[in-house]
Design a protein around this ligand. Structure first.
Ligand SMILES: [Zn+2]
Length: 153
């Protein structure tokens, strides 16, 4: 809770208590009626403070979510820079891993459809003897020529 919101709420609580104390010592009906009005206004004020705090919390969460999405976007850009779009015969597009000195990640292909959706999805052969590659995410099937295997670019 923000300190100013807490202070406003506590001030309202104190004002409510003071109004009750005035009502307890006063025997004047008009004063007591005004004290009740004052207490109702104080309760309305406290409710407004609570609503404002909830809105502040909601906005803080939305900002944190937005910051995280932005970081994920930046992370994807770094990840994507490690791949290059290539075309395999007979015209099958895939993203292939770039060679990086010292990196032991085996060469592989990524699904072009998922890549454009900013997702890293491997293309895998389901049967050793077939040339069809399947995306593990979107189930896209690609059929490069039989001799094509993932290589670094
Ligand atoms: Zn895919």
């Amino acid at each position: 809770m923000i300190a100013e919101i807490t202070a406003a709420y506590e001030a309202g609580k104190t004002a409510y208590t003071l109004a009750k104390a005035i009502s307890d010592v006063s025997h004047d009906v008009r004063v007591n009626e005004k004290v009740i009005e004052l207490q109702q206004l104080i309760l309305t004020l406290q409710n407004g403070v609570f609503v404002a705090q909830r809105e502040i919390d909601s906005l803080a969460k939305a900002k944190a979510d937005s910051d995280e999405q932005f970081k994920a976007y930046e992370r994807w850009d770094e990840e994507a820079a490690g791949y290059k779009l290539i075309q395999l015969p007979p015209g099958v597009n895939v993203f292939a891993l770039r060679r990086v000195e010292g990196d032991t990640t085996p060469p592989h292909w990524l699904c072009p459809k998922c890549f454009m959706d900013r997702k890293k999805a491997f293309l895998q052969k389901e049967h050793r003897d077939l040339s069809t590659y399947h995306c593990q995410n979107c189930k896209l099937e690609l059929d490069p020529e039989h001799h094509c295997t993932p290589q670094y670019v």
